[in-house]
Design a binder for this molecule. Sequence first.
Ligand code: AHR
Length: 673
Amino acid sequence: MKSNRFVLTALGSLLLSLSVNAQTLTLQIDKADRSVSPTLYGLMTEEINYSYEGGLYAQLLRDPAMRELQEIPRAQGQQQQRRRMGGMQKPRAWVPTDTLNVTCRFVNNGFVVNNSATQIANTRYTRHNSLSIETKKANEGIENNGFWGIAIKADTKYTGSINIKGDSKVTVGLKSAKTGAVYASQTFTVSGNTWQEKKIDLTTGTTDTETENGVFFVLFDKAGTYEIAYPTLFPPTFNNREHGLRSDLMTMMKDMHPKFLRFPGGNYLEGNKFNERFDWKRTIGPLTDRPGHQSPWGYWSTDGMGLLEFLTWAEDVGAEPILGVFAGYVLQGDYVEGDAVEPFIKEALEEIEYVIGGPETKWGARRIQDGHAQPFPLHYVEIGNEDFFDRSGSYSHRFEQFYTAIKAKYPQLQIISTQDEKTLRANSNDPQGLKVDVIDEHYYRNTEGMYRAAQQYDSYDRNGTKIFCGEWASREGDPTTNMNAALGDAAWMTCMERNSDILIAHCYAPLFVNVSQEGDDNRYAGMQWKSDLIGYDAFSAFGSPSYYAQCMFSNYLGDKVIPIESADIPNMHYGNSDLPQLYYVATTDTSNGTIYLKVVNGGSTKVNVKLNISGKKVSTSKSEQVVLKAAKPEDTNSIDNPKNIVPVTSKLKVKNGGAITIEPYSVNVYVLK
Ligand code: AHR
């Protein structure tokens, strides 16, 4: 629009500006014909940064499967280190209560295991290793401090089970690592050399001090040799699901109103090697039947968070799955071709059947047996993850094979490619005939990159293949992102929302990071990827400013995009150049006429903008504004200061033709009734 030099008229509003600025946003309601995708805002997840182990999956005990051996410092040779430790590596998570009188080691079917990658036998309990404990003193045993401490809370019931061999009175409980104070304990008797499963029920009292430095212990009342296998311990879980998920994190996600959950990765879907992929059939059924696997992010996954847990997670936060299926390519670069792809296609078809099949189908029946009678909703299936890294050209063929087989059985499903369309077609044997429903694009940038990309989708072909932005983030600040990142995120979201006729869905990554610190340098022990959305330790969780920006964008959304004409929007100096200071988008809810205008101010100065809303009256009594702002772009939230930057809602007294003041470093939603 041509720049107009308006002199603003006072409209009896506090926020109404009397300045002579001519910055104007004109909302063209009569041209609001682009539909907003109903699946626009969602979540992406994988096992990274201790997202499930020590994160969302509420199991409190680390390494129930007895796999993790103490890391050997690289500088010292393995042999030398093993000799120093008496010929074997020690269990990492299971620690003797008295190092002089108690020794413990992993065994499998009676054999000592000192290489964590060995021996998966086929009988119950020995499928996993067990822990052999030899104590020379009465009332000693072993401890486990979970993932950098267990959260012991007042008036809380902790439940689980433990398998034990040996003759003893056994006491299990929870205590403080600092003071030794016991908050809850339970004693039972075991006898004989066969496995006995004991239920654990530990309830803390009202007067307990809450502690995040808790330890689980198992003590034997006399000296002897014992074995324990697959112990579990859970606090109350979200919706009381058995071996379920952490309530605080689930509530935070529910507050985002996500429409979908993209899982199980990310790199976690692929794995470094074929036997480290997300092999879904090994992640269902009783926990003790799940062998677990190495995650590409460098630690062991018990697969307690298995396919059914992902699906019920989506269900519990009101989202539907976007299911990533393994596509025959692993991170180390190996891939299969031709007939060798077929077993993986079969695996994917069976996985889809597990998700949506009825009782008459093999895998639908298995899901029902596993405890979920109803099929889950499913509209999108993604073939692999980031196959743009596969430079061999094999993805085109693999994709076509998967596409044809899935569409033949499930024509209703939309199939997502992880490679761009040009490359996909270039390597195809039938570029014209190749069909693709949606393309997944990933963008990790800094905030400047997001500002620069904030018009990216405006020029995309409106009739082209639909886009899914399946991973993106402004990577500034760690372990969780800061306000500057939230500004870049919000600018990028204005672009995606404005173009949600072609961009069907998007999700931020990574979602989670365990922010526990250890060592002299206070390093973030659980973090492999800097700049994450939600941080937590054993005890509490917090959202980054980016998290709150996501909530604001997702929660205030109409069903049609309103085109905006602007005039005289100022520039800000950013990096080495000038960039626009404001980024904006508007939608309307056509059922009630409400307008949601989102404006991001990336600059250090406030900006007064005149609002023109063609053909509409705005109610001054019902309108609201929601503001997320910070004094400095580096300001952030943390585990110790979780609510430093949060959105604040207030009345908005502005009429059509009035002005709004947009604070420095702020993300704003104007709800215009
Ligand atoms: O989100 C972190 C990683 O980034 C994902 O695992 C991968 O898909 C991408 O490269």
